[in-house]
Ligand binder design. Structure first.
Ligand SMILES: [Zn+2]
Length: 392
């Protein structure tokens, strides 16, 4: 298994509807892994392949590729974007990173943990620059603490009228709106650049050998493909992935706990080894009876859950092969954060377990929960943003 970076250049606007309701025309600002997977499968079959081929089976059935969400990125497409955690906050009036003329983004995971333990010490935080309230900030960013940058695609609305089938003219009282990601973006200097989406994916040599020829010509994804929407040129390149340094993360996180708690610090809070897990895509978690849950169970003993900051989300989809809607699933939203503490003595064992989870093992390759081949349940271990004291 090797790690690859996929970049998709939009050759036409891309529309992925948020809901199945026609009266709510919102579109997603990214391309979900399930749509990418559907687009690749459709292309394979359209070019004369069959679902019984070995090539098709190696991509989608036996040990399938887990297609990640393609997220907006910069104009080079060299960065794999990250999701801002649900614990990140910014100024209500001037949200965003300081480098991008916002009033800064900070993370409140440690603060939330202390508030949970001692609710009396709860204090509303205000922006240090303008004293307005802080509000949660969501979106995609480059994950770079030194030069942070948000990636926001340009979204636009298209207006449509209905055509009367008898007269061939505009039908009265039929007017609807759809939303889409624009295929270009205007830069600060006034130039126009192509909109690029990127993601990281694990694949073996056989899978990449089947995929590469498929990416030589454009793919089509999303709605309104017959009107020329959703055309993408995909490229794939090997990518290096870094191992998270769990010990440094734990040390820095304890520093934040000390800083936030001040004189009220309970020394017991500094025992054990903390680590966090952030959902990079929506996750569909179920318990042993297949009921939906918000808990993540790690199998190593002596790991205790400390805090989770999650939101749920109804996950809908459409299966082109069936011509039917996929069953709705209740999921946990991307950006959700889980904080754990290890209280055992075998730290080396824990480090190996987490590195295995993070890099070459179960979590990073397989993710968590159900429908992982469609990009659900991708995780990031120990996001450094949680251990940042100052706003960036
Ligand atoms: Zn402010």
């Amino acid at each position: 298994m090797n790690y690859y970076c996929l970049t998709a250049t939009l050759l036409a606007p891309l529309a992925i509807q948020r809901t199945r309701q026609n009266n709510a025309p919102g579109a997603l600002p990214y391309l979900p892994g399930s749509s990418l997977r559907g687009a690749v499968a459709a292309k394979y079959l359209r070019e004369g392949g069959s679902p019984d081929d070995d090539e098709f089976r190696t991509l989608f059935i036996e040990n399938p590729v887990f297609f990640s969400n393609l997220l907006p990125t910069d104009h080079d497409g060299k960065i794999i974007s990250q999701v801002l955690p649900l614990t990140s906050v910014s100024c209500k009036r001037y949200p965003g990173f300081t480098d991008e003329n916002g009033h800064g983004v900070r993370d409140i995971l440690a603060k939330k943990m202390l508030e949970r333990i001692d609710p009396d010490n709860y204090s509303e935080q205000a922006c240090i620059k303008c004293d307005n309230d802080l509000k949660g900030l969501s979106g995609f960013w480059n994950g770079n603490m030194v030069a942070p940058r948000m990636f926001q695609p340009t979204m636009f609305f298209q207006r449509h009228t209905g055509i009367d089938r008898t007269t061939g003219t505009v039908a009265p009282a039929i007017f609807f709106i759809t939303q889409a990601i624009s295929d270009f973006q205007k830069t600060l200097t006034g130039d126009y650049e192509c909109q690029i989406l990127s993601c990281g994916m694990f694949m073996n040599d056989r899978q990449i050998a089947v995929l590469e020829p498929l990416f030589k010509t454009p793919l089509f994804a999303g709605q309104d493909r017959t009107r020329g929407m959703g055309e993408l040129q995909v490229a794939v390149e090997p990518f290096n992935i870094e191992t998270p340094d769990i010990d440094t993360w734990d040390r820095n996180f304890k520093g934040i706990i000390k800083h936030n708690a001040g004189d009220n610090l309970d020394p017991a809070l500094l025992s054990g080894l903390y680590f966090s897990l952030k959902l990079e895509s929506h996750a569909i978690l179920v318990d042993e009876f297949l009921r939906s849950t918000t808990e993540i169970e790690l199998t190593l003993p002596c790991i205790e859950p400390v805090l989770k900051v999650t939101k749920s989300q109804l996950i809908r989809g459409w299966n082109d092969a069936w011509g039917l809607a996929k069953p709705d699933d209740m999921g946990i939203i991307m950006g959700s954060v889980y904080l754990f503490r290890y209280t055992g003595n075998n730290r080396e064992g824990l480090r190996q377990y987490l590195n295995k989870l993070a890099i070459d093992g179960k979590l990073a390759i397989d993710g968590i929960g159900l429908r992982r081949a469609e990009g659900f349940g991708s995780v990031l271990i120990c996001d450094p943003l949680h251990t940042r004291k100052e706003a960036i």
